[in-house]
Design a protein around this ligand. Sequence first.
Ligand SMILES: Cc1ncc(COP(=O)(O)O)c(C=O)c1O
Length: 376
Amino acid sequence: MQDKSFLMIPGPTPVPESVLVELARHPIGHRSKEFSDIFMSCIEDLKWLGKTKNSDVFIYTASGTGAMEAAIANSLSPGDKVLSLVIGVFGKRFSQIAQTFGANVEIISAEPGKVIAPNTLEQRLAEDKNKEIKIVTVTHSETSTGAANDLEKMGKIVKAHGALLIVDAVTSLGCMNLEIDNWGLDIVISGSQKGFMIPPGLSFIYVSQKAWDFYKRSKCPKFYWDFGKQKKSLDEQTTPFTPNVSFICSLKKAFEMMKNEGLENLIKRHDRLKNRLRAGLKELGLNLLTEDKDASAAITAIYPPEGVSVPDIRAAYKKDWDITVANGQDTLKDKIFRVGHLGFVSDRDIEMTLTVTEKVIKKLSANNLQLTAGKK
Ligand SMILES: Cc1ncc(COP(=O)(O)O)c(C=O)c1O
């Protein structure tokens, strides 16, 4: 049925009607006072969401990867040692960006679905007596597996060492508690198509005072991504280049919804949805990739039942129910499927997803039994 398509993927996520209406309006001039007020209210709301008073926040017209590149280009000098904590596709991407800009990258990785133990990080940094490690990159919620690192502990560990901590919070900001100032996070990036409930196209970057010290020393080339240009414009309540006016207006709408719900409730809702989904899936006999203690509040990765393929599962969700769920990525492609539960997602959506999952699994398992019986 037209317009009944439903996204349960970890981004892009569903967009509320009031936000869509905002996107449909005629754009306003980006150097007008009207736009400047909207833009600055988004900047303040971003600080509210990331629990920071001390960081600067910039909005790029770019997807999340653009902000990842900006984080590296503004803090690194070629030859610097970077320690990348890799628990999936997006952690690996940070290491690749750092390599692209000439970093000497060391990786600590974990098996798919697992996280990096804070002790492992602490030990490695304790060995770094000469403070060769300049930057640590970490993914908070790893979208490719649904595992979430313990960012609070990691923040404190990296702060004690003195390296710069760069955090990918693309699927955690707005879904999970994240305290930039209290946890000592230096650069934090996120993207619009996730917890922010607007379409893909904007990315956000928080820059601490310590990150500014790194910026001053950084020798990587940058122009569009240059924090200095962003800061100069922000001080004048504007942007260095033409911003995506429509998206920023829609972001203001999305923030109104988030603030009406309240930050604590927003985080509680994501936690509740995650818990309900995980419990319901387990009741259906499905195995999950991550353990409860490591689970991201934004996305859940699920193994298919014995004898049922991931492409068949995804096709049945789509064809029979018009629901899109995601495949696994990289080495997990066709091994797991992923359900996103971040942003504009309610308890009703989770119940519906569970009911549909039960029907999909029953149908495909029955088909599978018939096929096996036919072969005998
Ligand atoms: C954790 C994480 N980091 C980075 C990205 C990259 O963002 P984008 O695809 O918007 O460039 C994504 C996208 O899904 C993500 O989930």
